[in-house]
Write a protein that binds this ligand. Structure first.
Ligand code: IPE
Ligand code: IPE
Ligand code: MG
Ligand code: MG
Ligand code: MG
Length: 308
């Protein structure tokens, strides 16, 4: 756990961050809109379903992390656009499939009916599938990057999205854990894989695009692994502390499904203290970086204090 107290770590008001997040949401939405076939393009059902889930008001935190890291190390906005869209497509695919009746069986997502409720299960499965393939295409076709960088990014994203230690692996562990008593180490592994892996890949992608040094890459990876764990701890906390209307997804689902979560294991107060400690650890990982890391520290604060 943290050696320094939270107050000694970089902290500042979040006005700049809010501005940054709003601007990056616009940028990634534009990139996504460019990649996705138009709604009317045949077969229209699948294109409507993809756009319905993608443009439903997600926080766009993974693209923001990628762009924040890229900017920290001097990458141009243009060189970060395709990769930001790619991580958001993978994320949205994971949400569509996560909500399916065979998985978490949710009816509300991003403030609207889930993809399978709106379009039927078969189309929801296909919408997830095609968002995944399109994500890799958007990286592979990125003309702002060298062929070598594109291949590196595709490999990074594939590893983070899959098995044995990526998002799909974590989702499998999450389902297998329902109704079971797990150790905290096992819960942490689920969180690192199902959520942390993609968040980490987003951060590392930003650093790769910006040609960060190996030392910088490893500092960013340490930061992002903590940030990803923090993100899922706060997701679990919000599930028990916030209302459905605030979350845009059904509150209280984790307890009902007997999911393995930090608040279920430790109770809300201890889980909150642990979240705060993980935020401190994330920020400590940034101290070796000789660049302005304010934005990255603010992102960690944002993830800790978010209300949805
Ligand atoms: C929700 O992610 C699923 C998790 C991995 C915890 P977000 O909270 O980022 O969802 P959106 O993108 O804002 O809808
Ligand atoms: C989902 O975790 C992680 C994914 C890879 C989608 P959750 O199942 O807790 O996410 P929510 O709460 O449904 O958004
Ligand atoms: Mg789930
Ligand atoms: Mg879920
Ligand atoms: Mg959740």
């Amino acid at each position: 756990m943290s050696k320094k107290s939270g107050s000694q770590l970089p902290r500042s008001g979040s006005f700049n961050l809010q501005k940054f997040l709003a601007a990056k949401t616009v940028a990634v939405n534009e990139a996504l809109d460019r990649f996705l076939p138009a709604e009317k393009c045949k077969p229209a059902t699948i294109h409507r379903a993809m756009r319905y889930s993608l443009f439903a008001g997600g926080k766009r935190i993974r693209p923001a992390i990628l762009m924040a890291v890229g900017r920290t190390f001097g990458a141009s906005d243009e060189s970060l656009a395709n990769s930001s869209a790619a991580v958001e497509m993978i994320h949205t695919y994971s949400l569509i499939h996560d909500d399916l009746p065979a998985m978490d069986d949710d009816e509300l997502r991003r403030g609207r009916a889930t993809c399978h409720i709106q379009f039927g299960e078969a189309t929801a499965i296909l919408a997830g599938d095609v968002l995944q393939t399109l994500a890799f295409k958007s990286m592979a076709d990125d003309e702002t990057l060298s062929a070598e960088t594109r291949v590196r990014l595709v490999s990074l994203l594939a590893e983070a999205s899959g098995t044995p230690a990526g998002m799909v692996a974590g989702q499998q562990l999450d389902l297998d854990a329902e109704g079971k008593e797990l150790s905290i180490g096992e819960i942490e592994t689920i969180h690192r894989q199902k959520t942390g892996a993609l968040i980490s890949a987003a951060a590392v992608a930003g650093a790769i695009i910006a040609n960060a040094t190996n030392n910088e890459l490893s500092a960013i990876e340490n930061y992002a692994v903590k940030l990803g764990l923090l993100f899922q701890i706060t997701d679990d906390l919000l599930d028990v502390t916030q209302a459905t209307e605030t979350l845009g997804k059904t509150a209280g689902k984790d307890a009902a499904a007997e999911k393995a979560t930090y608040p279920a294991h430790y109770g809300i107060e201890r889980a909150m203290a642990m979240a705060s400690a993980v935020r401190d650890e994330a920020c400590e990982s940034l101290t070796s970086i000789e660049k302005d890391i304010t934005l990255l520290a603010e992102l960690a604060d944002f993830v800790l204090h978010r209300t949805r």
